[in-house]
Write a protein that binds this ligand. Structure first.
Ligand code: MTE
Length: 300
């Protein structure tokens, strides 16, 4: 009798990604008012990005967060601290080495962008991990519209600062608020880099970075800033919040790397929320095929 041996690239049945439930998502979007606002009128899942594991349950991905502006230590409390935070209307300042400096209004911007859904793995530097359907558009699509000058070698993001709405800022005043991050221009233009506005077919919850965040899935979670207030194009490598806070622990590049331990723990394995089941960490979080070519391998 012939037994069919699965090939290396075949995903075991139990781990296969569920089929996209397009009509379901459409109904959800309608309920969330997204279709009425003219955004994401017919986004579909981009089939290019598949998972090697089940999608994380929505309650877990939206209930276990790092968002220090709301709570600096309790990940499960963040979702209960966001009540006062207002995310609409929302403006993003575009400045620096760019031919079209401007203030973007998100409602207007969304009418001009082509939205899609992608399934991405997500890996926090603390070792917890998840797999999420994000909605948004390639970062490169917006950067091209903004038209950076040739001298622009980096992109810098600063996230919103509203101490009256963000109780964590007062609980942890020693951090260099507001949160700021950056990418090299080729990283930002890489097709994997996304600006994200939704997850699980709905608007991004406040605790996950509403209304507009960065997702770069080959890097540790802290390179994915939330609730972006400004985008700046720079010639010099921008400083970053976690590098300024603990330079020996958090570098600028921060690509997921199982062989490079954090000074205080191993990165060889990751823990899938909510069960915390262990899986081996993959180089570049498994996205080396798309992004490995940008690096020499020793970036920190
Ligand atoms: N962005 C802001 N503004 N503030 C933060 O504290 N935490 C980062 C990143 N973006 C953070 C942030 C870290 S450490 C991680 S792991 C991810 O957000 C967590 O994203 P999630 O809560 O959607 O899983």
């Amino acid at each position: 009798m012939l037994i069919r041996v699965p090939m290396g690239w075949e995903i075991p049945e139990r781990e296969a990604t569920p089929e996209p439930a397009f009509w379901n998502r459409r109904q959800i979007l309608q309920a969330a008012g997204l279709l009425a606002a003219g955004t994401a009128s017919a986004f579909e899942r981009n089939p290019k990005y598949t998972l090697d594991r089940p999608i994380t349950e929505e309650w877990a991905a939206t209930g276990y967060n790092n968002y220090y502006e709301f709570h600096p230590t309790d990940k499960q409390a963040v979702k209960d601290m966001v009540g006062k935070f207002t995310t609409s209307p929302w403006k993003i300042e575009v400045k620096g080495l760019v031919n079209k400096p401007q203030t973007l209004d998100l409602d207007d911007l969304f009418k001009t962008m082509q939205f899609e859904e992608r399934l991405y793995r997500f890996r926090c530097v603390e070792a917890w991990a998840m797999a999420v359907p994000w909605t948004g558009f390639p970062m490169a699509d917006l950067i091209r519209k903004l038209d950076p000058k040739p001298e622009a070698k980096y992109i810098r993001f600063v996230t919103v600062s509203r101490p009256a709405e963000m109780p964590g800022m007062k609980l942890a005043p020693w951090y260099p608020w507001p949160y700021y991050e950056g990418l090299r221009m080729d990283e930002a233009m890489n097709p994997m880099a996304m600006f994200v506005t939704g997850m699980y077919g709905k608007k991004l919850p406040k605790q996950n970075g509403a209304p507009f965040r960065v997702i770069v899935p080959w890097k540790y979670g802290y390179k994915n800033p939330k609730s972006i207030a400004s985008i700046e194009f720079t010639a010099k490598q921008p400083k970053t919040f976690w590098n300024d806070t603990a330079a020996t622990e958090y570098g600028f590049y921060s690509n997921v790397n199982p062989k490079k331990p954090h000074p205080r723990w191993s990165q060889a394995h990751e823990k899938m929320i909510p069960t915390m089941a262990l899986r081996p960490t993959q180089m570049y979080n498994g996205y080396g095929e798309w992004v490995g070519g940008m690096y020499k391998g020793n970036e920190f």
